[in-house]
Design a binder for this molecule. Structure first.
Ligand code: URP
Ligand code: ZN
Ligand code: ZN
Length: 463
């Protein structure tokens, strides 16, 4: 099957130019001027006035993840449908190790019980380690054989997911020696636990207390600790969902020392703040995620760091819980509100409007942060994350003039609210291809359940 995209403007992390592009089966086969004169295609799409960009890659998602007595409400079908409508064609989810089970079991569990038969876009897994012993330690070294080259450790969620410094340091050593990149949820869970107990004992139960008991210093301390331990272990570290200035300072200082320290931030930290947690009628619960939303100055610093390169990736930490049935579990106790926010569908549109249209982020940097760097850090480049001959035809035809209002009434994720409700954007996907298959055509979804594929990943390209 040959599809020819004509007259579009191809945008990569480094180039912007007008050309035709031929998709042959699953890959990009040719790029050049006037290909229509040379090639008989089965389908010709006129992409005049549109951008042809690599599909977004979201390297931080939690689909169908058990958390706080419930399960995140997008599965691998509904989450992928939302992702595709937003221009995201690949994601990396977290397979969480059950205590007492192997790391391989976590990958198999997520693959067999969540992805198989549901996936529409391509996907891969990080393994989130919760129980490190001699056996699982050895297993870190064999994960790359499965195509899994990233692990995640949590320094928060005491008594559930949190690991201690011994585990952290040993994991860094083992991962570093085996070409595995360690991702860290950096908040000091011990301190947070004490603050939560104190707040509840004083009768402070509302959603705002989620933020008040997770102060920025708890993130700055844990970020610095993780970076320092990684450095001592001579291993790279990737801080997930970095949300505030103190943690950013720790990252910038580590980079200045020449250390292998990298970080992402997530869409919600750019657009939403701590004040949202104080909305009346328990609405604040919609904004409960960890680390919590911060101050406007923190958002501003994150925007700056995305533009200057101190932050390498924009992802979502998409972890949706319905307001009506799930967030409400914490009505009388903020610590029982399931942690997480939705966003897999909204990332590109919100970031394009407030980044590219407002002149803060160049078009090339937009592609770099949303697709190219994610592919490089996750060992998928150049199979994914760029527009190049031989790369997977994961392509978004982006209409820079299309206007849209983000809303739960029209989104395609399986959740009863949208974090960016009412945000007006100019620029959105018109057509979305995953390995050459047309998934989204305007308002129509053509994706087939089970057609998404597991991506076997290589070692990270560290930038
Ligand atoms: O609130 C969040 N971030 N929920 C998902 C789990 C995590 O910490 O990434
Ligand atoms: Zn986390
Ligand atoms: Zn997460």
């Amino acid at each position: 099957m040959k599809t020819l995209l004509t007259n579009g403007i191809i945008v990569t992390a480094v180039d912007t130019y007008r050309a035709d592009l031929l998709i042959e089966d699953e890959q990009i086969a040719l790029i050049g001027p006037n290909l229509g004169n040379l090639i008989e295609a089965d389908k010709v799409i006129d992409a005049s006035g549109k951008y042809i960009m690599p599909g977004g890659i979201d390297v931080h998602t939690h689909l169908a993840m058990p958390f706080g007595g419930t399960v995140s409400c997008d599965n691998f079908y509904t989450g992928h449908r939302g992702a595709a409508f937003g221009g995201t064609t690949c994601h990396v989810d977290f397979a969480i190790q059950t205590k007492g089970e192997s790391l391989t079991h976590a990958v198999e569990d997520w693959q067999q019980n969540r992805a198989n038969g549901n996936a529409v876009i391509d996907y891969s897994f990080h393994v989130a380690i919760t129980d490190l012993n001699d056996k699982t330690m050895a297993e870190i070294g064999t994960l790359p054989e499965l195509g899994v080259t990233t692990i995640k450790l949590f320094l928060a969620y005491k008594n559930v997911l949190q690991v201690d410094d011994t585990t952290l340091f040993q994991a860094f050593q083992q991962a570093g020696e085996n070409g595995v990149l360690t991702m860290i949820h950096a908040e000091n869970g011990d301190v947070i636990d004490i603050l939560i107990q104190k707040a509840l004992a004083s009768g402070n139960t509302s959603p705002l207390w989620h933020a008040l008991t997770r102060p920025p210093e708890a993130e700055a301390e844990a970020t610095n600790r993780a970076i320092r331990l990684a450095s001592m272990a001579d291993a790279p570290v990737y801080i997930v969902h970095l949300s505030e200035c103190g943690a950013l300072d720790a990252l910038v200082q580590a980079k200045a020392r020449g250390e292998m320290a990298y970080a992402e931030t997530c869409t919600q930290y750019l657009f939403r703040t701590k004040d949202d947690l104080d909305k009346p009628d328990f609405e604040g619960a919609k904004y409960v995620c960890s680390p919590p939303l911060r101050e406007p100055e923190d958002s501003e610093a994150l925007w700056q760091a995305l533009s200057t390169g101190e932050l390498s990736v924009l992802s979502t930490d998409h972890c949706p819980f319905n307001f009506a049935e799930q967030k409400v579990l914490g009505k009388d106790d903020f610590s029982k509100i399931p942690n997480g926010c939705p966003g897999i569908e909204d990332r590109l549109m919100a970031f394009y409007e407030h980044g590219v249209n407002s002149g803060r982020i160049s078009l090339n940097r937009f592609v770099e942060l949303n697709a190219t760097n994610p592919a490089k850090f996750m060992g998928m480049y150049p199979q994914k994350g760029t527009i190049a001959i031989g790369s997977d035809a994961d392509i978004v035809i982006w209409d820079p003039e299309a206007k849209h209002t983000i809303s739960a009434a029209t989104h395609h994720m399986n959740i009863d609210y949208n974090l960016y409700e009412g945000m007006e954007v100019r620029g959105k996907p018109e057509k979305v291809y995953s390995r050459g298959r047309l998934l989204v055509d305007g308002d129509d979804f053509l994706g087939e359940k089970g057609s998404g594929r597991f991506v076997k990943r290589s070692q990270a390209i560290l930038l």
